[in-house]
Design a protein around this ligand. Structure first.
Ligand SMILES: O=C[C@H](O)[C@H](O)COP(=O)(O)O
Ligand SMILES: C=C(OP(=O)(O)O)C(=O)O
Length: 358
């Protein structure tokens, strides 16, 4: 017989099953508390029980776990310092959806050299999440490959479905079974409706193909995720965070009978992918929130130890500059600390004034 399938498949390599990886890198009581408490904080912010402002902040992508840990130590201290006004969660992104081609993230190619050592990528992604949660700092990530959650989702307190996958039924189904709140990005062309449709779809139960903790092909039956919200990230070269766009989002959510909870991404098309623009978006959003727009529940910021980004692939991955993004531009740690402190101060003042005026 002629060969009829796998004609364009060069190799299939079996991976360690999720259960085995979890046995190798287990969750302690303290880590479980960080994850659960992080999820509860976000859920309470989304349902209005917690009036603090949610901030998902961290590198565009993880490529160097040592630099990520240095960032996490600094962010944990800032989380504690600003906890009265802000709920800070670290952005820990291991999977990068590309417009065409490019490095697809630490899980896919952890050695940054096209060797695609996914076994190593999964192990060290899980290890980093264990280490970050062990500091008492909750983590946020984007889920891209539908098998990834089985390996790491027990360590994640907030997840995103990205602009490039928001219309994908596979990702909506996946979100319906995730254990943490999920943010749905608007499409890359700037349209909000696909994110609202995704949010509605993920609220419902689904049955679909996936893997179980032993890696066996299985039917996954979910109960639906009640903690979804949209994330405005701009699109088609235009931002969508101004008061007019926020009002449009509120109106669309109300029309779909959904609660008016909106996050704004200070990066991507809202910043024109220029790191200098992220502070401008942050200041505008803090102004809107302090002015009484409570539908804006939080923001996302792309931030790293040092600002900007650097060309990748590099001829020699070991020559990469420490603490600098290899994907989108990030703001520096110094700027992150400065704008978060200023924003928390403004929110504090606004809250005190609102309390005084009854
Ligand atoms: O956040 C990262 C990027 O914006 C996303 O992965 C797309 O990047 P690309 O357009 O360079 O492929
Ligand atoms: C890819 C990302 O965002 P978006 O889906 O909005 O482009 C990201 O946040 O890394």
């Amino acid at each position: 017989m002629q060969k009829l399938q796998d004609l364009r498949v060069a190799q299939i390599t079996r991976l360690t099953a999720p259960r085995k990886l979890k046995d190798q890198l287990p969750v302690t009581e303290a880590i479980a508390s960080t994850v659960t408490e992080g999820r509860r904080e976000v859920e309470n912010i989304l349902s209005g029980k917690d009036s603090r402002f949610l901030v998902i902040v961290g590198p565009c992508s993880i490529h160097d776990p040592a630099a990520a840990m240095e960032y996490a130590h600094r962010l944990k201290a800032l989380r504690d310092e600003l906890s009265e006004e802000l709920c800070i969660i670290m952005r820990v992104y291991f999977e990068k959806p590309r417009t065409t081609i490019g490095w697809k993230g630490f899980i896919n190619d952890p050695h940054l050299d096209g060797s695609f050592d996914i076994e190593h990528g999964l192990y060290h992604a899980r290890k980093l999440l264990v280490d970050i949660n062990a500091l008492g700092l909750p983590a946020a990530t984007e889920f891209l490959d539908p098998f990834t959650p089985q390996y790491v989702s027990d360590l994640v307190s907030w997840a995103a479905i990205g602009a490039r996958t928001i219309e994908s039924q596979t990702h909506r189904q996946m979100a319906s079974g995730l254990s943490m709140p999920v943010g749905f990005k608007n499409s890359t062309d700037g349209r909000m409706q696909a994110a609202i449709d995704a949010l509605r779809s993920a609220m419902h139960p689904h049955s679909f193909l996936g893997i179980d903790p032993d890696g066996h092909s299985s039917v996954i039956t979910t109960t639906g995720n009640p903690f979804g919200h949209i994330v405005l990230r701009g699109g088609s070269g235009r931002p969508n965070y101004d008061a007019g766009n926020i009002a449009e989002a509120e109106e669309r959510l109300a029309r779909a009978d959904l609660s008016k909870t909106i996050m704004v991404d200070c990066s991507h098309a809202n910043s024109g992918k220029k790191h200098e623009q992220q502070a401008k978006v942050w200041n505008n959003i803090i102004g809107q929130r302090a002015g009484g727009t409570t539908s804006i529940v939080g923001v996302m910021i792309e931030s790293n130890l040092s600002c900007g980004n650097q060309p990748f692939p590099a001829d020699d991955p070991s020559s990469l500059e420490y603490g600098v993004s290899i994907t989108d531009e990030c703001i520096s740690w110094q700027e992150t600390e400065k704008i978060l402190k200023q924003g928390a101060e403004k929110l504090h003042t606004a809250r005190c004034q609102a309390e005084v005026s009854g």
